[in-house]
Design a protein around this ligand. Structure first.
Ligand SMILES: *Cc1c(COP(=O)(O)O)cnc(C)c1O
Length: 442
């Protein structure tokens, strides 16, 4: 047995794969990845693939950026881990200060950083903070308790139970519905908007809810400007601004889930910046650690933090074994240094235009619609269909794989989220390969 077959046999015998049917796992002609660099992964046969999915959207600086690898190694030699409660360490303290410095700026200040492990936990932390904050600080007019969340149809905030509770209940999550605190969530049921008019209607509905029942709500949770898992659906900055204002009028906290959109994905450091909005709580993961290791943070304003003053009885009694892990902190610090020193965001505008134009070009193929791009996210629709049954996306996926490109369709949506610093020649090559793959299928 060669090494590829040996690894695949062990995997099939013992690994439980995410988002994969057991039948598919047993028979799929799967890649065995042995290395990665820049925008590419390399398989056991030495074939290189342009990874348009960026390992589930986290490769903001490309795979294995040498400076990130060096920062990880250096930190591992000094202090790989220590519990962050009665002790602290330089990477946690320095990163918190740096995140506060780069956080969205405006009419309030995100000044506190709570660390966790991944996007889902960053969201769980934000939900728990918002809820506890309301319970101990905001008994609203008439004594109604703010025990509800407001959320978006089509939302995705992670796969843990709390995060699922404020997300879309769909093919992936409906079996868990009885476990979710759905009775505490408003707004999230119904069809996700696609057109501008549908987004407008949704925004008006959320505003109306905040105006009439806002005093029962502790927080509105939103993926700012882009619903990622829902198929890279964009909505306008003005709507986010309006929701910020409506939250303020109702005394409701705004939770921005920037797990996907943060770290430059939409062209600015945070999507909220495009709307001139500062949330009360901001969740970041994915790009935060440059795609090297699981790591996350939830940022909070002074006002939210102060709501926990008053001894253990009012403290936020939550944490994870690896909260504030020094390796994650050190890598995230280096990500931020690279953003500064390599002027990563400055380089996005030009690449974003190339990416958007490349997707626009795909519109000439039969069955392709709705080409769109925002920063380093671009997508097209292949036509409506059920996520689990429609296989057009997967046909394009197979054609692209044969050409050395990894796509992973979101139902009928083909998208790309290349590294922000992707080599421009490689980006052009990828767009040509994608075009040819769609031609193969259509
Ligand atoms: C990926 C994602 C999450 C969940 O992050 P994990 O690290 O997979 O737990 C939450 N919110 C958004 C917007 C995401 O894209």
């Amino acid at each position: 047995m060669n090494d590829r077959d040996r690894i695949l046999a062990l995997d099939r015998a013992h690994v439980w794969r995410p988002f994969t049917s057991l039948e598919r796992h047993a028979t799929g002609d799967d890649l065995v990845i042995t290395g990665a660099e820049g925008a590419f992964v390399i398989d056991a046969d030495g074939r290189r693939y342009f990874d348009a999915t960026g390992a589930w959207w986290c490769q903001v600086l490309g795979y294995a950026h040498p400076r990130l690898v060096a920062a990880l190694r250096a930190q591992a030699e000094v202090l790989p881990h220590v519990a962050l409660a009665a002790a602290t360490h330089a990477p946690a303290a320095e990163l918190a200060a740096k995140l506060v410095e780069v956080a969205p700026k405006g009419d309030r200040r995100l000044s506190r950083v709570f660390y966790s492990d991944d996007g889902s936990t960053a969201v769980e932390v934000a939900l728990k903070i918002a809820y506890q904050h309301a319970q101990q600080n905001a008994p609203s007019k008439g004594g109604a308790k703010r025990q509800r969340f407001l959320a978006f149809p089509g939302a995705y905030h992670g796969d843990t139970v709390g995060a699922m509770s404020v997300g879309a209940v769909d093919d992936f999550t409906s079996v868990f519905r009885p476990l979710l605190f759905r009775d505490r969530v408003r707004g999230a049921d119904g069809t996700a908007p696609r057109t501008e008019a549908e987004w407008e209607t949704l925004c008006a509905r959320l505003e109306a809810h905040l105006a009439t029942e806002g005093d029962t709500v502790c927080a509105l949770v939103v993926e700012p400007l882009v619903q990622g898992a829902n198929g890279m659906r964009f909505f306008g900055a003005a709507l986010l601004r309006r929701l910020r204002d409506a939250c303020d009028r109702a005394g409701v906290l705004l939770i921005a889930d920037e797990v996907f959109t943060g770290f430059g994905r939409t062209g600015t450091m945070w999507a909220c910046e495009r709307a001139g909005v500062v949330p009360d709580l901001l969740c970041t993961a994915k790009g935060l650690s440059g795609g090297l290791l699981p790591f996350a943070a939830t940022l909070a304003t002074d006002a939210v933090y102060e709501g926990f003053r008053g001894g253990m009885g009012r403290a936020f009694l939550h944490g994870h074994t690896f909260t504030g892990n020094p390796l994650g902190c050190a890598v995230a610090l280096e990500v931020l240094r690279i953003f500064e020193e390599e002027r990563v965001l400055e380089g996005v505008a030009r690449r974003a235009e190339v990416l958007r134009a490349g997707f626009e070009r795909l519109s000439r193929h039969a069955g392709v619609s709705n080409a769109r791009g925002l920063g380093m996210v671009a997508a097209i629709d292949l036509g409506r269909g059920s996520y689990l049954e429609d296989d057009r996306g997967w046909k394009v996926h197979e054609a692209a794989k044969a050409r050395g490109v990894l796509l992973r369709p979101l139902g009928d949506v083909i998208y790309a989220v290349p590294p922000l610093n992707v080599d421009e020649g490689e980006l052009a090559w990828f767009l040509d390969a994608l075009d040819a793959s769609i031609a193969d299928v259509s």
